[in-house]
Design a binder for this molecule. Structure first.
Ligand code: PMP
Length: 492
């Protein structure tokens, strides 16, 4: 691409490149979906540094004119002017009646948001592990082997409840962990998010109450809110859900479902203490309330001994156990599952068929193969070691580089550190300052039934980056905190 540049003029080169591309995009000479040359290539063509072209691209991206797509390149988006004129156009009446105000903006979906790979921001906001640790090559080989072996059968819809081989492997893995499971009680879903959606659509009606930990996983809150459910929060401390408060809440609100994350809770990272586990299951059974046990990252433990799943204390059919390969393997596979005995299993299989017919057969077969040949265990051990180092690096960096003492209880597995800020700082005032300093996090408000209760908290994902990037990110966070503080509260 040839861009005329005035190398003697006062205007920085990156601004000139940005202005040229901006004009080309807004005039339509570069239409939506055109791919810009790689920044390195453009830098070479123009005889400038790569930093110059990358800065121009960053500015265009910040204006919403282009977007970098991981592994693919930088693409032109529909210019804002055009988007505005579409919005101004007369939508059909039914469209105008749709309430969008309650839908969070895409970029607010911190749990799904991967690290911002396109910019120099360091994101601790995401809800998944490090894409650099994804076993891409090994998985490619497994996929190829499955296609070669199974041919067209791998590309058919497959069994309603999920690929039988994968259900068997899931049952074997759970049984080896002390949760005796039969393959016929497993339903494979498109991620555990779908398992949650199927369960709530099968068991709940608008207006029903659901009991959730407070704070809890934002995706569950979003789902339950969308279904018009009433959210009842129960507090969490260092031992997990405060089960002592449960009975009073059950009697007061009559929830139709209890949703809990007993291992490495999202967002706090705590594990539910064993006596509380037993008590929770017994109380739910006494009050005839199903429990959804969301074990999204239970296998990612790097210290201490694991506690028994809630489902192991269940006399049968009371607990629906949900898990996923998203965190421990790769989220884009969209393979999760629910273990449910009794009539609910049939209802869930039927609901699954009604929602999306089936999860991808090929991917299920590949996951089955990957787990069977022992790659999964090796990958888990490797990820666990990396996460352990990263957790330590983050905790250590926080002690060294934050200007205030923050309360944090390092978890023994999982992905998250949950931070209580000193009273002088709120996470909503800190977030834009952090962004400006080049780091992001998930603000506490995202995780509360009443968002304002989360003002003093923030969640940091320690698993996304290698230690040296973590240290730099925490330094930036420290800088943002210094700016957020009234000058007295600083640790120096
Ligand atoms: N449960 C919890 C606690 C989560 O954090 C997530 C994802 N962030 C999910 C369920 C859903 O994940 P997936 O659909 O990818 O399995």
């Amino acid at each position: 691409m040839r861009i005329p540049l005035d190398r003697q003029g006062p205007r920085p080169l990156y601004r000139q490149i940005e202005a040229y591309l901006r004009e080309a995009i807004t005039s339509g000479r570069l239409p939506a979906e055109s791919r810009l040359p790689a920044s390195r290539e453009l830098a070479h063509d123009l005889g400038v540094s790569r930093l110059t072209t990358q800065s121009a691209y960053d500015e265009l991206e910040a204006s919403g004119l282009v977007a970098a797509r991981a592994g693919s390149g930088t693409y032109v988006l529909t210019p804002p002017e055009a988007r505005r004129s579409i919005r101004r156009a007369e939508w059909p009446l039914w469209q105008r009646q749709i309430q969008v105000a309650s839908c969070p903006h895409e970029t607010d979906a911190h749990d799904q948001a991967p690290t911002d790979r396109s910019s120099r921001q360091i994101s601790f906001a995401g809800g998944i592990g490090d894409h650099r640790l994804f076993p891409v090559d090994e998985f490619r080989k497994v996929l190829q082997a499955v296609i070669r072996r199974d041919g067209a059968a791998a590309l058919d819809y497959g069994d309603d409840a999920g690929h039988p081989g994968l259900r068997t492997v899931i049952a074997q893995v759970l049984t080896s962990q002390g949760l005796a499971t039969r393959p016929e009680d497993v339903l494979v879903t498109s991620g555990s998010q779908q398992a949650l959606a199927l369960i709530s659509s099968a068991l709940l009606h608008p207006g029903d109450a659901v009991l959730v930990e407070q704070p809890t996983y934002r995706g569950a809150l979003d789902l339950f809110r969308r279904q018009g459910l009433r959210l009842v929060g129960i507090g969490v401390d260092g031992q997990g859900m405060r089960v002592e408060e449960l009975e009073a809440l059950l009697l007061m609100h009559h929830p139709r479902l209890i949703y809990t994350i007993p291992n490495f809770h999202n967002p706090t990272g705590v594990c539910l203490a064993t006596p509380r586990r037993r008590r929770l299951v017994a109380l739910a059974a006494r009050h005839n309330i199903p429990i959804v046990e969301d074990d999204f990252v239970g296998d990612l433990r790097f210290e201490g001994r694991s506690q028994p799943a809630l489902k192991t204390s269940d006399a049968g059919g009371g607990v629906l156990y949900v898990s996923t390969f998203s965190k421990m393997l790769m989220p884009g596979l969209r393979v999760g599952f629910v273990v449910a005995e009794g009539p609910i299993h049939r209802v869930l299989v039927h609901a699954k068929r009604a929602h999306d017919l089936a999860s991808c057969n090929l991917v299920q077969r590949a996951v089955c193969e990957y787990v069977t040949i022992g790659r999964y265990q090796t990958h888990l051990r490797r990820s666990g070691r990396a996460c352990h180092r990263r957790r330590d690096a983050m905790v250590d960096a926080m002690r060294r580089f934050l200007p205030v003492d923050v309360e944090v209880d390092p978890p023994r597995g999982g992905l998250f550190l949950w931070i209580r800020l000193p009273p002088a700082i709120s996470s909503t005032t800190l977030l834009p300052l952090a962004h400006h300093a080049g780091v992001t996090f998930a603000p506490g408000n995202d995780f509360f039934v009443e968002p304002r209760h989360g003002e003093s908290f923030l969640r940091l994902n320690f698993a996304t980056h290698p230690p040296e990037v973590i240290v730099e990110g925490v330094k930036r966070l420290g800088r943002a905190m210094r700016r957020a503080l009234p000058s007295s509260g600083s640790r120096g």
